[in-house]
Write a protein that binds this ligand. Structure first.
Ligand code: NAD
Length: 486
């Protein structure tokens, strides 16, 4: 099995190296605390080298034959498939993801690479008419140049790849900064795949560091023309401000507090399965998780009874055990935040009908009923296996409760009446919403993104093509033009 855990932490201009700052980063297994690796963090010098390398080779890459470009993505998929178990192993050990989560994430990565492999052949431009006699207007789709990608800790392999692959496939150079807790899954294992797939040196660079070492330089640096950020709303607001001040195009995929709605005519068993899957996958650390369940009073008791019964069957513990559904949260800080917010829910008067224990970084499921929309637990993002159930008596109340959240990422509506569901979905302030399904869906060809505090911009398919390219107008004056005064 290839050893992804021994990769050095920086991949710059095609070379594997340690960071040049004095800060040490410890990469720990969140389940058992074992140290997977200790690194020297990247510095601003490393960042400068990474951006310079990407800038130097980008134009040549943009001119490369699109079939040759496409081959790189096909080979990256082949490398991933040939070394599947090694990738699963790191996702389990570095992130505390269960085997189920690892397989799910790898599937998403493969689909994203396959979608990106079509981009080199989709760099279409257009020829437009002109009001000027003898002029031909050509509009070329061109790469933005160099893209800076910043990824979070929860689905780092996929969420890094979601920007890295389309950015490269549209002819850009890339510098990737993974989360400091997931340097391999979010960074170096992606570099390794592309190195093995024959991507020219310098095009993709990985800088692993702490923000204390580089400040805002990742975004402020003059080389990147676009920044693709996935992470929390608080950090995203800051990144957006810095990017705006420096006139960088910015794509922000941020936090969520999605609602799964169960209407009076819903298939309750299906709704329960969708709601459990949507909340407890990866121990609730998914931006699209169904944090809030909004249930019609006519089926409330039946739904809650079945939901509780199903939650009680979920096994918590070692993510290496294939039967585990709930593994550890990423670190002690997230556990503390979760415990504090649970206590807030109790203090506000919600009822914890299930209240699991906390063992190390494992937080067992917590289910709150008697939740009202004004409570903190209904409004703040729980990045943990904790759920709030709200009771409603009408469709109007469904919309009111759902839209009260400052977030607007995903959602779901369960009903036998598809068109009633679709009409309600139109009234929900959310970027994505699914009828008779869970809230966790990400497809490589469909617009993905949020509204309100959940982000700005869309990724996947043609939206990623647009996100990482711009247009250049080249006009050709075929007939001699006469000017008014010369
Ligand atoms: P985070 O905001 O703490 O960190 C995200 C990344 O930003 C990390 O790599 C971090 O090092 C980096 N960062 C922080 N300050 C920076 C700066 N000044 N310059 C450059 N980079 C900086 O988020 P997290 O805790 O890793 O992730 C969890 C959050 O992400 C949750 O809120 C979740 O909902 C959200 N998320 C959203 C999506 C989505 O697609 N909408 C997907 C996954 C996660």
């Amino acid at each position: 099995m290839i050893d992804l855990k021994s990769l050095k932490s920086q991949y710059i201009n095609g070379e594997w190296r340690e960071g040049s700052s004095n800060l040490q980063i410890e990469n720990r297994n969140p389940f058992n605390g074992e140290i997977l690796a200790t690194y020297k963090a990247g510095s601003n010098d490393d960042l400068n080298h990474a951006y310079a390398a990407a800038q130097q080779v980008q134009k040549e890459w943009a001119k490369t034959n699109p079939v040759s470009q496409r081959d790189v993505f096909d080979k990256a998929v082949a490398y991933l498939e040939a070394n599947h178990e090694a990738f699963v192993d790191v996702i389990i050990d570095e992130i505390g993801g269960t085997r189920l989560k690892a397989e799910f994430e790898i599937g998403l990565v493969k689909n994203m690479l396959k979608e990106a492999s079509t981009f080199p052949m989709r760099m279409n431009g257009s020829i437009l008419p002109s009001p000027i006699d003898g002029k031909e207007n050509r509009v070329y789709r061109v790469p933005v140049g160099v893209v800076g990608v910043i990824s979070p800790f929860n689905f780092p392999f996929f969420l890094s790849m979601k920007s890295v692959a389309p950015a490269l496939a549209t002819g850009n150079g890339v510098v990737l900064k993974p989360h400091e807790h997931t340097p391999i899954t979010g960074g170096t294992m992606i570099a390794k795949m592309f190195e093995e797939a024959g991507l020219p040196k310098g095009l993709l660079n990985v800088v692993t560091t702490e923000i204390s070492e580089i400040g805002d330089n990742f975004v402020e640096h003059p080389v990147p023309r676009a920044i693709s950020f996935t992470g929390s709303t608080a950090t995203g607001k800051h990144i957006g401000e810095v990017a705006g001040r420096n006139l960088k195009e910015v794509h922000l995929e941020l936090g969520g507090n999605s609602a799964l709605v169960v209407l009076d005519d819903a298939d309750i068993d299906l709704a329960v399965s969708a709601a459990v899957f949507s909340r407890f996958t990866h121990q609730g650390q998914i931006c699209m998780s169904a944090n809030r369940l909004i249930v019609h009073e006519s089926c409330y008791d039946k739904f809650v009874e079945k939901y509780i019964a199903k939650v009680k069957t979920l096994t918590c513990g070692d993510p290496k055990d294939p039967s585990t559904i709930i593994g550890p949260l990423i670190n002690e800080r997230q556990v503390k935040n979760t415990v504090d917010l649970i206590q807030k829910g109790i203090d506000e008067g919600a009822t914890p009908v299930i209240k699991g224990n906390v063992n190390g970084n494992i937080v067992e499921p917590v289910v709150f009923t008697n939740v009202t929309p004004d409570m903190a637990i209904a409004n703040e993002e729980f990045f943990a296996p904790v759920v709030s159930i709200l009771r409603v008596s009408s469709d109007e109340e469904v919309i009111e409760y759902a839209n009260q959240s400052p977030y607007g990422l995903s959602g779901a509506i369960h009903t036998e009446d598809i068109e009633r569901g679709a009409e309600l979905a139109k009234l929900m302030d959310t970027g994505m919403i699914h009828i008779n399904d869970g809230t966790i869906n990400d497809e490589p060809n469909v617009a993905f993104g949020g509204v309100k505090n959940s982000g700005v911009g869309r990724l996947n398919g043609e939206w990623s093509l647009d996100a990482f390219t711009t247009f250049k107008w080249i006009s050709i004056q075929h007939e001699k033009r006469s000017y008014p005064y010369s």
